[in-house]
Design a binder for this molecule. Sequence first.
Ligand SMILES: [Zn+2]
Length: 453
Amino acid sequence: MKIFAERILLANGWAKQQTLTIEQGIIQSIESGEQAGAEKVGIVIPGMVNCHSHAFQRAFAGFSEQGSEGQDSFWTWRKIMYKFLGQLTAENAQVIATQLYIEMLKMGYTRVAEFHYLHHDINGRPYDKLATMASAIFDAAKSSGIGLTILPVLYRYSGFGQQAATEGQQRFINSSEQFNQLVTDCFNLSETYPNTNVGIAPHSLRAVDLASLNSAVEHVRALDEKAPIHIHIAEQQKEVDDCLAHYGKRPVQWLLDNTQMDKQWCLIHATHIDEQERKGIISSQAIAGICPTTEANLGDGIFPTTEFLAEKGTFAIGSDSHISVNPIEELRWLEYAQRLIKQQRAILATEQQMSVGQNLWQQAALGGAQSTNSNTGELAIGKQADLLVLDDEKLSLFAHDEQHLLDSVIFATQSNVIKHVMVNGCWVIKAGVHDEEQKAQLAFAEMLAKLSS
Ligand SMILES: [Zn+2]
């Protein structure tokens, strides 16, 4: 297949009038000028990777926004979440994930890291096939066409000091042996689903101990030495306080001291870190997985993005609870949170890349690719063809040149500007539409009506 782009954001910057030859999902060549048989498209940018998703949470986004005098918190939200997922079957999970992944594609996410922790049946018992719930996620990715990095979650305890799991957590819990078997099963499934890979996600320091963490890391690294390892790390101040009380160390510091963190690690919500921890993450080359809209929605706190990026830290973005499914909004809030704190403007740019929008899009896509160990994140020869075609009719209203294009997209768009989406060399969204979207929406609405009745 060949596509001819009027303007395209390549790894080394914007280029005009380029023909891309794509075979078996990979960009084989990029050449100046229009070639015969090439499909003409307008403005092309790399697809975004969503580094953090809990698919089932999409189904109750918006159901926990009723507060009274600021008493609501992350922990009351979690109660609602547990109640909701107590009823979810594997079929339900697939319906939700299919709907969600189509939404992601329409908004420009071409790959998702699914932090998957709903493992057992509604009574908390393992299915005969351990990976039944994981299969539902693989199926949803396949029918939507999104790239998938599945991260089975290791969840052992309800709190620091190996506290027994609560009733609401029974569906998450596995022994180390059972968990390692589940990971092996996911690797086997991945062989049969295109454009998927597998990592692990120790849920958080409160949910694992060092022995089970080590066992999981050792097992997954034996299967794939570059397998991604994601962990919720310091989302809430309470988590930091509990960690200090139990281990005498802050969460990120504990990780730095007790694991071999490397560039395959992604620290989700490294929100509450001190300067030493920040420098430790950067020197380990681990990624900070930031979820700005969820972190705002749950009242978590603000990651020190300005300092982290100034010191050349790597970050990725995720939609997490899916209160928003839109990479543009995540990046906008990433910058705006810093502006509000610092009382300055245009903060997350560099001397080499003065456009905040372009800098954030490119860095987030590359960090996302690293966080999923996928051959994506930029458009270059040898990379997977995961790309977005922007609607140049909408953009022509205000984005006259490349220098301002992604700033306009991120800070000034009022509607979806993504026209076509290609994943692994296949068009999955054309003119804003996914072939399966009506069917998926109907199934989602029917399921939601049943669950809420
Ligand atoms: Zn999460």
